[in-house]
Design a binder for this molecule. Structure first.
Ligand code: JCE
Length: 261
């Protein structure tokens, strides 16, 4: 997969080169390039912003540097210029006004050949270059949650990390992918490691029993409980609960004290 990031703070993205993603780059699984938007300005002050038409607080990012940067990452590969049937690169524009990114979207994006992240700053980017970009890219405004950041860099890093760990070969043990939270819509069960007793707190006995069937059931019950407690919205989306699952949740809903000793 090829990922291009455009930002006025390219150093901000340097954290991505560490650990897992850095290894994926070294192994040639991921071709990650960060571009400085100011390299696409030609005035003395490398201006990327100006005041908003219609008035209002703050500044707006100018269209032309963005168009030149986006044309640069397209290379010769702009839609129409590329080979017949080739899909357009996906352009992700972090914005509080986008649909909210989630694991399903991360999975969808992990199958793409080329992702481009456009990191805005100030109050955002001139809408005309966003509209223009849809001729050349599969345009995806995207929010990482219902809060306001100062720019798209952190949001891009979040999405790049969530997507690149799903690329085959990036995670050493693919089983840890299928087991984890959000893969099947349930939160994770609590986990423990040695020592078995720590500061008067014991690891739940069943985990030391060697009874794999009982352990699997215990873990699923804890996942159901946790999800009902902190994310009832996820529980409402669940398909394929069996009889035991529904009974556990019913006891939980009724506030059964024997469940939480
Ligand atoms: C951004 C800003 C809108 C005023 C570029 C914020 C994404 N989930 C998200 N939260 N915040 C963002 C985000 C992404 C890109 C930009 N701002 C600040 N946005 C209104 C200020 C500028």
């Amino acid at each position: 997969m090829k990922i291009d990031v455009i930002s006025i703070f390219p150093e901000y993205l340097s954290g991505l080169k560490l650990s897992l993603i850095g290894k994926a780059v070294d192994q040639g699984l991921l071709d990650l390039n960060v571009h400085d938007l100011r390299d696409f300005t030609f005035d003395r002050h490398n201006t990327v912003d100006d005041s908003p038409y219609g008035g209002g607080a703050g500044m707006v990012m100018k269209a032309e540097p963005w168009a030149l940067a986006l044309e640069h990452v397209l290379g010769g590969n702009s839609a129409g210029g590329g080979p017949e049937g080739a899909q357009k690169p996906i352009l992700i524009v972090p914005s509080p006004a986008g649909p909210v990114f989630n694991q399903h979207i991360a999975e969808d994006l992990s199958g793409a050949e080329h992702l481009v992240f456009a990191c805005g700053r100030y109050e955002g980017i001139d809408q005309r270059v966003i509209d223009w970009s849809a001729d050349h890219f599969d345009l995806r405004p995207m929010s990482i949650g219902d809060y306001v950041l100062n720019g798209g860099e952190v949001a891009s890093m979040v999405m790049i990390e969530a997507v690149s760990r799903l690329i085959p070969g990036v995670i050493g043990n693919p089983e840890s992918l299928t087991e984890e939270s959000h893969e099947d819509g349930l939160l994770e069960y609590p986990i423990y490691t040695k020592p078995a007793s720590w500061r008067d707190r014991d690891v739940p006995e069943i985990l030391l029993s060697g009874n794999h069937g009982a352990i699997a059931r215990w873990r699923r019950d804890r996942r159901l409980e946790r999800t009902a407690e902190v994310r009832p919205d996820l529980l409402a989306e669940l398909r394929g609960l069996d009889k035991h699952d529904r009974a556990l949740l019913e006891r939980f809903e009724s506030g059964d004290e024997s469940m939480t000793e």
